[in-house]
Ligand binder design. Structure first.
Ligand SMILES: Cc1cc2nc3c(=O)[nH]c(=O)nc-3n(C[C@H](O)[C@H](O)[C@H](O)COP(=O)(O)OP(=O)(O)OC[C@H]3O[C@@H](n4cnc5c(N)ncnc54)[C@H](O)[C@@H]3O)c2cc1C
Length: 504
């Protein structure tokens, strides 16, 4: 490929989105582009975003990142899922695990058998008792999954919980090692080409002008290029997802190192608890229409388990997304493209999804509208699916103890979600998506965890006799427990595999 075919890619912003994009483009398209990232230390990064989804492992692998090195550098722990407390009703708790329920090999999904026994007896116990990931999580155990699909130890997956302020610097080293350029400075102007309306250059406070062919807006909530300059409209979803603020405060870890993220429902939102190697991240995500900043801060301070190690910090946001994420020669990645609250740790996944699509549809000098439309279509799907999944958590509740819960319980949900919930209620069927992040087991975990048990089931689950089914279920539950009990303690595994360096 001739030099003139290489695109000059300018990435605006050096947070998680910026450096993930820089690392991926330099690694995966080294002959197609030159990457130049601009960031401002004075502005800084959002500095939250500690819990991830298993997909991040594939991203790191494609970049050739060594897992143990990455985990040590970001002071990471393993994450087997998210524990939801007090969501369906006060006193409830369940884990949305990464992995399947049952052995994950049968023709009929496990939850159909569970639902049959739940209705006909004897009581099968919690769905989580039939999940390797859930059982390990509650026992604080961890080992890497077994590659042999015949083994129960292959039925779980995992993600990471890491220090958000250390991930971008880690990727910066990777990207710069692969040839990405970095310029420090505050962008004060964005120049448009008078004829095409495309972005031509960004101008720094120092007067330096950086021009390019393709601009990736990773500037965070400010959305410098896509929002401010190109004025791409923002689709506001706060009527479905009313939480619009978070107060965050890390503390010392005083309990066992749990291999899962906590999401504890609160009167006007929910509270996260994320155990890292060196501290625990905490935050209260709330609706400012239902609780004041001061009340939220006091509630968080009262709830955290360990000694605080920083002052509480309030962050403001709005649920929704830019109508299009790729406009002209500008692509928004990360918070500049939209935000869905962190309940299911989806933001970094959305960054990854946008980067993967960009790599697959990387343009020639003349950008094809077909590629752009396809990119936007795929990103829309990702956002829509996650939006529905998040709304489900709020809507599938019997809580009526505060105006916030009354609102989310009774609100009208998107038709796409309403239909999906009805289908599950009727006979336990999970509407299949060809694209989108959460697979059947995730939906099943939340439906059942929050009290939506189907009225019927797949008729093939009627095949075993009641006694044979009850015996098989009981044997499976015991086997899962025994296997989990034989695994190493989570902290012990980390100390062997990826202990953090003493000084950051
Ligand atoms: C409360 C909260 C909790 C979250 N928890 C999670 C979670 O658990 N899991 C998850 O996946 N995600 C989470 N997220 C989202 C996650 O934090 C972000 O998706 C991620 O950090 C990416 O941010 P970013 O890179 O888009 O923006 P930022 O980190 O804000 O980076 C923006 C960059 O742009 C630069 N910049 C801005 N303006 C200019 C300018 N004028 N000139 C030069 N540079 C500029 C800044 O200096 C910075 O480098 C959470 C978000 C919030 C608000």
């Amino acid at each position: 490929m001739g030099e003139d075919q290489r695109l000059r890619v300018v990435i605006v912003g050096g947070g998680t989105a910026g450096w993930m994009t820089a690392a991926a483009l330099t690694k995966l398209l080294p002959t197609r582009c030159d990457v130049h990232l601009v960031e401002s230390e004075a502005i800084g990064i959002v500095g939250v975003g500690e819990a991830t989804l298993p997909h991040i492992r594939a991203f790191n692998e494609r970049l050739g990142i060594n897992e143990a090195e990455f985990m040590a550098a970001t002071r990471a722990t393993f994450k087997l899922g998210i524990e939801f407390q007090n969501w369906g009703k006060i006193g409830d708790s369940y884990i949305h695990p990464f992995g399947t329920f049952g052995r994950g090999t049968g023709e009929v999904e496990f939850h159909h058998y569970w639902a049959r026994q739940f209705r006909d007896g004897p009581a099968p116990g919690a769905m989580g008792d039939y999940s390797m990931a859930v059982t390990m999580a509650y026992l604080n155990r961890f080992m890497l999954p077994d590659p042999d699909p015949a083994k129960l130890e292959s039925t779980f997956s995992y993600a990471y919980q890491f220090d958000a302020t250390l991930f971008a610097p880690f990727l910066q080293r990777v990207a710069q090692g692969l040839g990405a350029r970095r310029t420090e400075g505050r962008i004060v102007d964005v120049e448009l080409d008078g004829e095409s309306g495309d972005i031509g250059a960004v101008v720094l406070e120092s007067g330096e002008r950086i021009d390019g062919d393709l601009f990736v807006d990773c500037s965070g909530f400010v959305s410098l290029l896509m929002g401010r300059k190109l004025e791409e409209p923002f689709e506001d979803w706060s009527h479905w997802l009313p939480c619009d603020r978070a107060v965050a405060m890390p503390c010392k870890t005083q309990t066992a190192l749990t291999p899962f993220t906590g999401a504890i429902a609160m009167p006007a939102g929910w509270r996260w608890r994320i155990p890292l190697q060196h501290r625990t991240g905490n935050g209260y995500v709330y609706s400012s229409a239902h609780v004041s900043d001061d009340e939220a801060r006091d509630a968080l301070v009262a709830a955290v388990e360990g000694e605080p190690i920083a002052e509480p910090r309030v962050l403001k946001f709005k649920a929704g997304r830019r109508r299009r994420s790729w406009v002209g020669n500008c692509i928004a990645v990360g918070l500049s493209s939209g935000f869905l609250e962190p309940l299911e740790s989806t933001s970094i996944y959305l960054i990854q999804a946008a980067i993967s699509r960009l790599v697959e549809l990387f343009p020639e000098r003349n950008i094809s509208p077909l590629d752009r439309d396809e990119f936007n279509r795929l990103i829309d799907i990702e956002y829509d699916r996650i939006r529905d999944f998040l709304i489900l958590h709020y809507h599938a509740t019997t809580r009526d103890d505060s105006p916030f819960w009354d609102h989310v319980r009774t609100m009208r949900v998107p038709d796409t979600l309403h239909e999906k919930m009805e289908l599950f209620r009727r006979r336990g069927r999970v509407a299949k998506y060809r694209e989108g992040v959460f697979l059947d087991a995730s939906w099943i975990a939340v439906y059942i965890g929050q009290g939506i048990v189907p009225d019927g089931h797949d008729m093939r689950a009627d095949l075993p006799s009641s006694t044979a089914l009850a015996n098989a279920m009981s044997a499976l539950r015991s086997e899962i427990r025994q296997r989990a009990e034989a695994m190493p303690d989570h902290r012990a595994h980390i100390e062997r595999y990826c202990p953090m360096a003493e000084a950051a």
